[in-house]
Design a protein around this ligand. Structure first.
Ligand code: FE
Length: 228
């Protein structure tokens, strides 16, 4: 079996949220998809260890925020690399509640859907929650974020076949090492810089300001290691 075949499956990127009593939580998920049209049902696959799993099982309701392609790394890091057990993930994030009282993110979101769980499937490490959509709204038009775009473009490791790839002079690229965040796996590519934090392209890692932090998870420069 070639496990790389699995990497050829394409996905979007979503914030899946739920509630337990008056507590709210959400997480990044790439597995959210429509199952049927009549009635409209969707499914999400959530790791059993995640707090969102516990909340969905408790309240039987979840909401999916469909992220826009331009969603900043910091938003994805907030929901993808922190645990709701330690922080309130919605603190400092613009959100509203669905009619069922589940939060959806208002900034950088194209649409949200609220679903009531009608079936739960035990899939080993994950639960698949199948939900009947009972409320949904398009917030704005735009291109949805895909998992591939997030990894290949937002994280800076751009394959040469990508339309956004800009070839640079060889001597410059060999002297510019990439650095990997040991906390979350984000790759700092000096050719691209970190535009979301005003770091221009062609900035070597060593020239980053001392207070620069990982745009995804917030780790300091000392948490980075040279790639390879
Ligand atoms: Fe990081």
């Amino acid at each position: 079996m070639d496990p790389k075949a699995l990497h050829k499956i394409s996905y979007g990127l979503y914030i899946v949220a739920s509630k337990k009593g008056d507590r709210l939580n959400g997480q990044i998920a790439n597995t959210a998809f429509q199952i049927s049209n009549d009635p409209p049902t969707i499914a999400v696959s959530i790791n059993k260890q995640n707090l969102t799993n516990e909340y969905i099982r408790d309240s039987k309701v979840f909401a999916v925020s469909v992220l826009a392609q331009e969603a900043p790394l910091a938003l994805i890091g907030q929901f993808g690399f922190k645990s709701g057990r330690e922080t309130d993930k919605f603190a400092g994030v613009s959100y509203r509640l669905t009619p069922g009282g589940v939060p959806y993110v208002t900034g950088h979101t194209l649409a949200w859907l609220e679903a009531e769980v009608i079936q739960e499937v035990d899939a080993g490490t994950h639960n698949i929650f199948i939900g009947k959509v009972r409320a949904a709204e398009v917030l704005k038009e735009g291109i949805p974020m895909t998992y591939a775009y997030y990894h290949q473009v937002k994280r800076g490791s751009v394959p040469q076949t990508a339309p956004v790839y800009t070839p640079k002079k060889d001597e410059r690229s060999v002297s510019m090492d990439k650095y990997v965040c040991t906390v979350c796996g984000y790759v700092y590519d000096p050719l691209l810089g970190d535009p979301e934090n005003d770091i221009p392209p062609d900035t070597p890692f060593e020239k980053l300001p001392d207070d620069w932090t990982c745009p995804v998870c917030g780790a300091g420069k000392e948490e980075f290691e040279k790639e390879g």
